[in-house]
Write a protein that binds this ligand. Structure first.
Ligand code: SF4
Ligand code: SF4
Length: 355
């Protein structure tokens, strides 16, 4: 990891540790105040606890032009992104996406859509719904490894993260606490419950929390929808297409709508926020990821709406291309932040329990 970024974050953390004004803002400060000195791993852990709400920046009396020149959200954002890059497996892939996220995302979607369109030309002899265009076996053969291999790459990265931050023994209750904290997004309340200062300088807003929640719960509902379809197919012999009141549709349609709303909102907030309070170099890569997630949900909903029409022939390859790109880029794009954040929250819970 880049030592100059760690050094700068350490300098700022030491000032904060003496000041302690932002004590109740988020989980970063209690974790910071538990230490007198910060190892490189401590700084990486603090950086992954921070979610860049910017509350501490607008409350701080030591920002420029003060000689301390505090900008903790930026210092932690730069360490955080550098840690994901350094810990990514295989190495180098994450850096590639940071530099040219939009081009890589768009290029992969187009290339995969083209491949799926060609595969569609060799239609199966039998099948209903989407399976009339592409066989179930072919879809499973492509998407099962595309789903499992990125998860394996993330597991390697998280193991390295745990070693790097000096991870302690965790229990199921630590994981439960981390899940509760992530699910409620308590840290996005800014400590006082009024929200954060992400998009509108020192005005508090809950917009980012609500759009984040829509994205998270929308994504989980879509995942549950796909999982329920798999259980119906293999467990009960009930094959797609499923009716509007089936479990996959009852979970998938609201999930897709929430995901569209959440990602569109997050992209809009990102255009309003000051890039100099984050990591400006990777702004494009982050935006590309949010737009990719929006494209996954929007094309999925369009495809559902087009069921039974000729539009399925061109919407299906586009949707499958966006989903495949999303899966493959997960360990190297902003999507990885959810996994690192869960690891950081688990480590935080384990440290507090041990203390
Ligand atoms: S960000 Fe500024 S006000 Fe907040 S704890 Fe650090 S030095 Fe103090
Ligand atoms: S930017 Fe927000 S989350 Fe990050 S340290 Fe400051 S108050 Fe905490």
């Amino acid at each position: 990891m880049q030592t100059d970024l760690i050094e700068e974050a350490r300098r700022q953390a030491q000032i904060c540790n003496a000041c302690r004004y932002c004590e109740g803002y988020c989980s970063v400060f209690p974790a910071m105040h538990a230490d007198r000195a910060f190892s490189d791993g401590d700084i990486t852990q603090l950086a992954n606890l921070c979610h860049n709400c910017r509350g501490c920046y607008y409350a701080c009396q030591y920002t420029a032009p003060h000689e301390f020149d505090l900008n903790l959200p930026k210092a932690l954002a730069e360490v955080r992104h550098d840690s994901w890059k350094a810990l990514a497996w295989p190495r180098g892939f994450a850096g590639l996406f940071d530099r040219s996220g939009v081009a890589i995302g768009a290029g992969l979607v187009l290339a995969f859509a083209l491949i799926f369109a060609v595969a569609q030309a060799m239609r199966p002899e039998a099948g209903e719904g989407f399976y009339a265009y592409m066989s179930h076996g072919l879809m499973v053969a492509i998407f099962a490894p595309a789903f499992l291999l990125p998860l394996a790459a993330l597991a390697v990265s998280l193991r390295a993260y745990w070693r790097d931050v000096g991870g302690t023994n965790w229990t199921l209750s630590d994981i439960w606490e981390a899940c509760r904290s992530a699910g409620r997004m308590k840290n996005l309340d800014g400590g006082h419950g009024d929200g954060c200062n992400f998009e509108d300088e020192d005005r508090f807003s809950k917009g980012r929390k609500h759009f984040h929640q829509a994205t998270l719960w929308g994504f989980l509902l879509c995942f549950a929808s796909t999982s329920s379809g798999t259980v119906l197919h293999y467990g009960f012999g009930l094959e797609a297409p499923y009716g509007p009141f089936s479990l996959p549709k009852l979970l998938g349609v609201p999930g897709g709508l929430l995901l569209c709303l959440g990602t569109a909102g997050l992209a809009w907030l990102k255009t309003k926020a000051d890039p100099n309070l984050g990591a400006p170099k990777i702004w494009g890569g982050e935006m590309a990821f949010v737009l990719l997630l929006f494209a996954v949900s929007a094309t999925g909903l369009l495809l559902y709406a087009a069921t039974g029409t000729a539009a399925v022939a061109w919407l299906l390859p586009i949707h499958l291309g966006t989903v495949l790109t999303f899966f493959l880029l997960t360990p190297y794009s902003k999507m990885a932040h959810g996994f690192y954040r869960m690891a950081a929250l688990t480590q935080d819970a384990a440290t507090r329990r041990a203390a």
